[in-house]
Design a protein around this ligand. Structure first.
Ligand code: FE2
Length: 131
């Protein structure tokens, strides 16, 4: 997996969301560092899943409050990330040699970058358009 670097292109303009996204980048980089060192990833993944879970709830509440029409599709995307992390953790618990944290890391980076640039920006743009 690659390192991610936070930059303005990822900003939605909603401060609470941007702060949570920046923290998500930090957790992805911690995961990448674990992998680079051949260190265990369990703690980082738990932290990432907890942070993402809380952030997704906040984001979905924000969307529900503004009656955002894309809420259901957005929720399904969020659920996909959490489900993938959980599937990895379950596999790691029963068959650690078959669980591939590098593969999960590649998925997570790809998901986060595309999700922010696509789904989250679309939401932010719809809010600005409604102003
Ligand atoms: Fe989102």
């Amino acid at each position: 997996m690659a390192l991610v670097s936070w930059s303005d292109q990822y900003r939605t303009g909603i401060a609470s969301i941007d702060d949570a996204h920046e923290q998500l980048f930090n957790l992805l980089n911690r995961l990448q560092e674990n992998l680079r060192q051949g260190a265990p990833v369990a703690q980082t993944l738990t932290a990432l899943k907890e942070h993402a879970g809380r952030h997704f709830q906040d984001e979905e509440a924000h969307m529900a409050a503004s009656a955002y029409p894309g809420l259901d599709a957005h929720k399904a995307e969020h659920a996909e990330l959490l489900q993938q992390v959980q599937a990895f953790q379950q596999q790691h618990a029963v068959q650690p040699e078959a669980a591939n944290p590098g593969e999960l890391g590649v998925f997570l980076v790809d998901w986060v970058l595309h999700h922010i640039l696509g789904f989250d920006k679309q939401y932010a743009d719809s809010l600005k358009a409604a102003d």
